[in-house]
Structures are given as C-alpha cells and as structure tokens.
Ligand binder design. Sequence first.
Ligand SMILES: Cc1cc2nc3c(=O)[nH]c(=O)nc-3n(C[C@H](O)[C@H](O)[C@H](O)COP(=O)(O)OP(=O)(O)OC[C@H]3O[C@@H](n4cnc5c(N)ncnc54)[C@H](O)[C@@H]3O)c2cc1C
Length: 422
Amino acid sequence: MSNMQPEATEVLVVGAGQAGVAMSEHLTKMNVPHIVLERNRVAERWRSERWDSLVANGPAWHDRFPGMDFNDVDPDEFATKDQVAEYFEDYAAAFNAPIRCGVEVQQVNKKEGESGFRVETSEGIIDAAFVVAATGAFQKPIIPALVPQSARLHQLHSSSYRNPQQLPSGAVLVVGAGSSGVQIADELQRFGRQVYLAVGPHDRPPRSYRGRDFVWWLGVLNKWEAAAPPIGAEHVTIAVSGARGGHTIDFRELAESGIKLVGRASSYDGGTMTFNDDLARNIADGDANYLSLLDEADAYILRNGIDLPEEPEARVLGADPQCVTDPILELDLAEAGVSTVLWATGFGFDYSWLKVDAFDESGRPIHQRGVSAEAGVYFLGLPWQSRRGSSFIWGVWHDAKYLADQIAIQRSYSAFKNYALV
Ligand SMILES: Cc1cc2nc3c(=O)[nH]c(=O)nc-3n(C[C@H](O)[C@H](O)[C@H](O)COP(=O)(O)OP(=O)(O)OC[C@H]3O[C@@H](n4cnc5c(N)ncnc54)[C@H](O)[C@@H]3O)c2cc1C
C-alpha cells in the first residue's frame, strides 16, 4: 500500500460556472487556499448546453459581475452565449483562479470521526476542510412523465435544442412558456415551422418601460432582493427575451405570428395530448403581472420626481386571440402534423455525488442562505438561495461573497485557542 498522503486543501469548490468563478474570486481576496474542480470547461453550460442563437436575458451592463464589464458588448446589448462563456473565462484568468478543468468530482464523503471531507475525483483524492457545491440550479433537465418513449414522436429537452434544422420536419409542440420555451417557439415559427406552445403560469415583465429595462425596475423596486417568492407564485416562471435586440414577451404577438397557444399539457393518451382549460387565466395573470410592474414603476417615478418619458401605449393590450378565447383542449398530434415535442420544462438538482447529511427526503438541499445542515458544506447557485437574484449572474456573486465570509468565520473558530491554558 502506498503511504502517499492525498492532496489537501482548505476549500474545494465543485463546478466552474459563474458560481464557482465568483466563489474563487472571494476566497482569493480573503487569502483562503482553495481549488475549483470543473469536469469540463469554465462556463461549460453556456458553451455546449444552450441553443445556438441564445443571448443573455439581461443587458450587458446588468448581467455581469460587479468588477468587470464585457469588453466586446455594448452595455445596452445582450451578450451571446459564447460571449458570456468568454466573459467568465477572462474573469477567472484575471485573478488567476485555481481552476482545474476536466476533473470530475465523483464523490464527497464526510471523514468519520475527524473534521473535513474526502473528495474522490477522476484524478485522485483530495482532502478538504470545506466543500462548496457550485454546480448550480440547472443540473438535470426535467421532462414530465407524460409521453412514453415508445410514442412515435421526437422528444427533446430545451437543453438539447440547438437550432430548427436539427428537428425532423413537421410541427412542434413546445411545452413550457418560460424564457426558454417562448424564445425557442418564436425561433421555430419564424423558421417556418407550425408551433403549438403550452403556456402555464408566468410573469412577463415589459422588456423596458419609460426608458428603463425591466432589470433596472426590478432593481430599484427591490424585487431582485425579495427573499422568497410571493405565496402561490413559487412555480411561476419568468418569460423574457434578449433576442433580436430584446423585446417584451407578448403572447398576443406570438399568436399573431401563427403560434397556436394551448394551456398546460396535462395528459397524453394514444397520440392525443390533453391541455388544461387554463390558458385564458394564465394569459390574464401574466397581463396582470405586467401591468402591476407598470403601476409600480409609475408610482416610483412620481414619488422620486424622476424625469422619464411617459409611455401610455405600453398599457394598450390587444384583444385575446382566438386560440385563447376558444382554446384547443385536445390535440391529435399525428393529425396536427406534430413530429416533435420539445420540453422547456426546467431543470432539477443532482447532488448524487455529495454523500453528506444536508438533504431532505426528496433530495433537496437543507440550508440557510447556502450554509448547509452539514457543517463545512455550502451550496451556491440555488434558486432563491438568499433572494430572487440568486440564480442569476450578478446575484450569485453576492451569495458567493456571503459564503466566503461564512467560511472565514468558521476558520477562525477552528483556530480557537484557549488562551488561559497557553
Ligand atoms: C437557457 C438559460 C438561459 C439563461 N440565461 C441567463 C441570463 O441571461 N442571465 C442570467 O443572469 N442567468 C441566466 N440563466 C441562469 C444562470 O445564470 C445560468 O444557468 C448559469 O449557467 C448558472 O451558473 P452556475 O455556475 O450556478 O451553474 P452552471 O453554469 O450549471 O455551472 C456548474 C458547473 O459545474 C460543473 N459540474 C457539475 N457537476 C460536477 C462535478 N461532479 N464535478 C465537477 N464539475 C461539475 C458543470 O460542468 C458546470 O460547468 C440562464 C439559464 C438557462 C437554463
């Protein structure tokens, strides 16, 4: 048996997406020894797990870390997915982040009867006093178990979608109308495909109002800072787009372009998809959310005496399209020519590698602002980790700062000496 000691570090950060890069920046500033392990490349998801035409949902002045601008994107423009990936690569290089790419973390175990963790990686074992799981909120594509694999349909998740040419010819049913679903549906319809879009509950802020982007409004109205989603709105997705220079998602316009809107997909039987009779309500709730943001913006402008141009036309919503007033509740997919079902139904966690006592029965992390139930283990990049902004580029930077502080505090407790005895 070899008596070589495994490599040791203070903090082991798993994942070098935006979360891991931010964590490394704060630990570096605090002189905390650490290693970041990334199984692929820095910001891999932006490189290879997003569709070709994707641009950031927020303008470049906002969707970034505080310390660095995009040097090749106008502040009001929307960075392409590759520019976002390069931004994080450059950012990490600027402070020489100790990132090792191509190293997968296979298992993390608590060391029994002693402090710290044993980290098994594809390149050997590393011992660490602290572990930060920075693998984010978008780890595992979720596809509801509605349509069996045996159905003669091409099924894929939004994370595998690249471009319209990739899909077999025929109509497409896109399930889910968050930012991914609406953007992909729009792209497919523009490409000449017949698209059906299943629309659930959603928020749809105006892209901009009275001369300010919605990201600014959510900021000044302290909505990015909200600590928890409004009751009943936990699963409400947000439909926004930076595509084609950025525009407000308006389901009436999508319907006008030829997309057939349907309610939430609820079941599938013998080639027929059934949709809930909730389309009109979902559209009306989305409109109410849109209008409430205009109201709050107007009130803010008035209260603070800000000089911004009025925009009454933003309140003019057209009549509901026919697909909303007379909804399709059942669709024989073969008859409608649907060859593809594209699931834009979101992502789930996968912490199967993290064998510690920090999860509830359903596998969800137990934590407070990322400080987990297992001392020494931290989560980063969770939705609503500390605030609405947590899973977004700028928000995770602040959560990482908080976690770095927490680690420094714990390190000072470990350094405790009983001065009375020394
Ligand atoms: C389609 C889409 C568009 C988005 N657009 C925006 C936007 O415009 N603006 C915005 O602010 N946010 C956006 N987001 C949300 C969020 O910013 C991104 O999802 C972002 O990638 C999350 O970063 P992260 O670092 O938390 O996780 P990830 O980017 O998922 O990074 C985690 C990293 O961990 C690595 N990893 C995982 N497991 C292991 C392991 N066991 N060992 C080693 N490495 C591992 C992965 O390879 C990955 O590189 C978008 C999300 C999606 C899905």
